[in-house]
Write a protein that binds this ligand. Sequence first.
Ligand code: SF4
Length: 346
Amino acid sequence: MVKPDLRDYTRSELAEIIGSLGGKKTCAARVFDCLYRKNAESFDAMSGISESVKGKLAAGYSFAQFPVIGRQVSKIDGTIKLLFAFHDGATVESVVVPGKGRVSACLSSQAGCACGCVFCATGGLGFKRDLKPSEILGQFAACLREAGGVLNSVVFMGMGEPFLNWDNVKKSIIMLSDNKGYNFPQSKMTVSTVGIVPVIKELAQSDLKIKLAVSIITADEKQRAELVPMEAKYPLAEVVEAARYYCLARKAQVFFEYIIFDGENDSPADAEKFIRLIKGIDCRVNLIPHNPVYGAISTLPQSVRVKQFQKLMIAAGVRTYLRLEKGADIMAACGQLAGQGAVSGA
Ligand code: SF4
């Protein structure tokens, strides 16, 4: 039987566990330090903790690293895709994305995804299971190593819909930002959702300092319904209103992501529709040219049309960026993660 993973517990939960084993609760800070700063690989390697507590922790818990069974590096831009395997055989991918003087990690929140967006390779896999905090922190640790110890931002935009595994994702965010552990600022984390309205509203009222990205995908409800099955449950108008509520409640900006499907939603009329939809919301828009994925819609954007679309958005006063996709040659760009593409040892 697999022992519970120490990395599934926040520091205060860990303090309770240590207290119940007869140790001092303050010892939880030292365990966090060993796990996340000193990268201890075994209980023996943990320093500053009594032998008695260490022994009891070792008897009931584990924290083995999850094996990276595949690694691919983009020849175009140096993007690195990692493939992880967990105890039950579930696999997920994470991506390390180098930019101008900065490196981002894109983490997965679920193995597979139940949302079934037709343009997304993960959606084509179906849902396998939610990831636990330890599995999310394990991805972070591996990405940090790949980045040489310095990551500038973390995005929950890998496999899965983070707001459908919100309890575990929230816990991971709290643990990643714990000042006795990685101390990674919440303000440098972004969670992206396809529009799970109740969680957007919950986040609006929470103390978390993370950023929110909402995948609008396209501004036409009928077209969105064909691309995003979740539209039936949370229609676009409700998603946008939830984003507006988030901005007002937190006095914060929201990111909107719009996927450009060549010739489908990139006309001046499409831009006008999008501008009307998000009018008055403090936002930034990322235009993401669609990436072909196996078994899904395959189109490539005409850059002239995309640039014209962007120009219209900017002319209307919307900060709009054309996102240069990274790692498309190794299927590591947006919508391409399928939990099976990395080549072992490459
Ligand atoms: S785009 Fe996101 S929400 Fe939609 S299927 Fe892919 S991973 Fe799931």
